[in-house]
Design a protein around this ligand. Structure first.
Ligand code: ADP
Length: 648
């Protein structure tokens, strides 16, 4: 696993990481944006841009805990950006907190800067014809090794201040000690693992990881007493994390009128400087180059201070406690430490697809022709062509193109609707055929029997009348089915007028009241007296409540109570039709409204009543819901929109 990885469940496919990654190290597979370790320079941009926390850095907290358990002393090496990251805490309080965690000593990495910076004037003097790039920012060194290998020869062959401190400690100060660097940089984790400078720093903690360790032990640095730092003492080396700090520490003078010495901070200016170098257009002799705007802008610093304020905090810290005499003697003490290093060509290239391939992908996402190329950037790439190229390179997917995806989803949705329509139509045709075929078959049989009897000159009149009556009943059934079907299929818009819902129910009860009485069903009316009118088709509403009442009455074969309750809810008229009947089993609830679903015995139910209710209420832009418990009863609730001029 690399130094930055993706927690797949958290990746929402927003592609912000692609947009932010200067190394194009993000590969999307099945919608998840993963990190290509061979391209990643661990700058941490993707971590800071990812709103869901899907991008994470590999934590070394457990490793540090393990080191602290072991017998060897563990030295904490503090980045000099510490005061900018925690302006309200004194560095000496952090020393105390670290000692409570179990560190034997706490040192400042800034002394490494004192040593390293003194190398730069020498390198510049020794290489008059060769432009030199600073090699102190690990993300930038990695970027050059991977993407500008032709500039590796221009990198100053000097270790970074942290590695210099590692050499001081491991080679001279206390070879037994373990060293943990604590700072704002994620790329430091990668640098300390680089075989060219490896084995010196045993672990790297970012500031948030340090916070995690302190939090777990209940240590609050803000309430700690001061404790002393140890090791060699830096002076102006503390300016290290500020852009231009190297020049100040090294005593290299700059002149803004001269292009000889340039500081490039931030990835965009840095990349354009690198291009100038590669193309041989640069007249610069020394380029101090950073991925961020100095370490005070490191990815693992999270506070509201502006860069100017951070710069001021660091300057104050550098000026406050300097002891140039002590620094000088320490410099002499460690003057023999070898500060040289070499770099590795890690050049990585993605295959360059030919124009035919790119055009094929552009065609696939409907982006052939510049007029179709929206270049909206939603995919994370700056242009449709860049996305198409990335698809050809196998690091992106056509579905990352949002306009294409939306079109495709629209097409799929239309197709699903069409299939659904055809399926329901087929089901309905089959049900109708079945429902009508049975009575018709009966009619044919009785017709045949009657014809036979008449042909034989029968004198049994009653039998013939019985056949005729049976034919009448079957034909009536067909006619009832067709009437119900017509109601169900009625596509005509309701004839809307102002309707008093209580009045509709009164009329329904006048019609079904007799049937209720016959079945020993008591009818209860709980009407709201101040019900606003609704815009509705009176007859259609009547049909709704008739169907619901008849079902309710039929469900109470042993008698019971049918309650009509009207009220206003969320600016809608609500009507509950409640019975104390047999109830509807759970598995039947979602079948309600499906044409021809009935549990009633043949001849009693057609299975269109509830479907008609749903259809009418939907056309009135209302809603129906059902609650039912077997053995206790059922409530059908109808919501109807209030006429907008009515006060509810
Ligand atoms: P039908 O009444 O012709 O069967 P419906 O569409 O009106 O057709 O009703 C479908 C089914 O829903 C009924 O057969 C019955 O099982 C169930 N049902 C509807 N209303 C009620 C109710 N109030 N109580 C119990 N079951 C009901």
């Amino acid at each position: 696993m690399g130094f930055i990885f993706t927690i797949e469940e958290r990746c929402k496919g927003c592609y912000a990481c692609i947009r932010s990654c200067p190394a194009k190290a993000i590969k999307v597979k099945e919608g998840i944006a993963g990190v290509m370790d061979e391209r990643c320079v661990a700058c941490g941009y993707c971590i800071n841009i990812c709103a869901t926390g899907a991008k994470q850095t590999r934590s070394e907290v457990d490793l540090v805990r393990q080191l602290l358990e072991e017998p060897s002393p563990v030295i904490a090496l503090l980045s000099s950006s510490l005061p900018a990251a925690f302006p309200d805490i004194r560095p000496k309080q952090v020393v105390s907190a670290l000692k409570k965690l179990g560190f034997s000593e706490v040192m400042e990495a800034a002394f490494g800067a004192e040593l390293v910076c003194r190398e730069y004037p020498k390198i510049l003097a020794e290489n008059p014809g060769r432009p030199i790039l600073s090699s102190t920012c690990p993300a930038m060194v990695s970027f050059i090794e991977k993407f500008y290998p032709e500039l590796i020869g221009n990198l100053a062959p000097v270790v970074s201040p942290v590695i210099a401190m590692g050499r001081i400690i491991k080679w001279q100060y206390n070879p037994e000690a373990r060293v943990v660097f604590i700072g704002p940089c994620i790329a430091k984790k990668a640098e300390t693992a680089d075989e060219m400078v490896g084995g010196l720093i045993d672990a790297v903690l970012t500031f948030p990881e340090l916070g995690e360790m302190l939090g777990a032990k209940g240590i609050d640095p803000a309430s700690e007493e001061d404790a002393e730092l140890s090791g060699p003492v830096p002076s102006m080396g503390r300016l290290w994390p500020v852009p231009g700090g190297l020049l100040k520490i090294a005593g290299i003078s700059t002149d803004i009128l001269s292009p000889d010495i340039v500081v490039a901070e931030g990835i965009d200016p840095a990349i354009s400087c690198l291009r100038e170098f590669v193309e041989g257009r640069a007249s610069t002799k020394f380029l101090d180059i950073f991925f961020c705007q100095g370490c005070i802008d490191g990815p693992a610093i999270d506070n509201d201070l502006s860069l100017f304020e951070r710069r001021r905090v660091i300057a104050d810290y550098a000026l406050k406690q300097t002891d140039p005499g002590r620094t000088q003697s320490d410099l002499e003490k460690y003057a023999g430490i070898d500060l040289s290093r070499r770099f590795t060509d890690r050049h990585t290239v993605l295959p360059v697809p030919d124009e035919k391939e790119v055009s094929r992908v552009l065609g696939q996402i409907d982006k052939l022709g510049s007029e179709n190329q929206l270049n909206c950037g939603a995919c994370g790439y700056r242009s449709c062509r860049e996305l198409a190229t990335a698809v050809c390179q196998g690091v992106a997917e056509p579905e990352m193109c949002w306009p294409y995806l939306v079109d495709r989803l629209q097409g799929t949705q239309d197709e699903l609707i069409r299939i659904e329509k055809m399926t329901s139509l087929g089901q309905m045709a089959a049900s109708i055929a079945h429902e009508i075929n049975n009575p018709l078959a009966g009619v044919l049989v009785y017709n045949k029997l009657l014809s036979k009897k008449l042909a034989n000159g029968t004198d049994r009149k009653e039998e013939s009348l019985d056949y005729l009556s049976k034919m009448w009943s079957e034909v009536s059934r067909c006619s009832r089915i067709i009437r119900n079907l017509l109601d169900f299929a009625r596509q005509s818009e309701p004839m809307l007028r102002l309707v008093e819902v209580n009045q509709v129910i009164e009329q329904v009860l006048a019609m079904v009241g007799h049937q209720a009485q016959l079945q020993n069903v008591e009818v209860v009316k709980e009407f709201s007296p101040s019900l606003p009118n609704v815009m509705a088709d009176f007859d259609q509403l009547q049909q709704v409540f008739t169907n619901l009442s008849l079902n309710a009455i039929q469900a109470m074969s042993e008698g019971g109570t049918l309650t009509f309750r009207t009220s206003v809810e969320n600016n809608k008229v609500r009507v509950d039709v409640q019975d104390t009947g047999c109830g509807i089993p759970k598995e039947h609830l979602n079948k309600l409204g499906t044409p021809f679903f009935t549990t009633k015995e043949k001849g009693k139910g057609v299975g269109l009543g509830v479907a008609v209710v749903y259809g009418i209420v939907e056309r009135h832009e209302g809603k129906v819901s059902v609650q039912s418990e077997v053995g206790k009863g059922t409530v059908f609730t109808v919501y109807l929109r209030v006429n907008k001029d009515e006060k509810s």
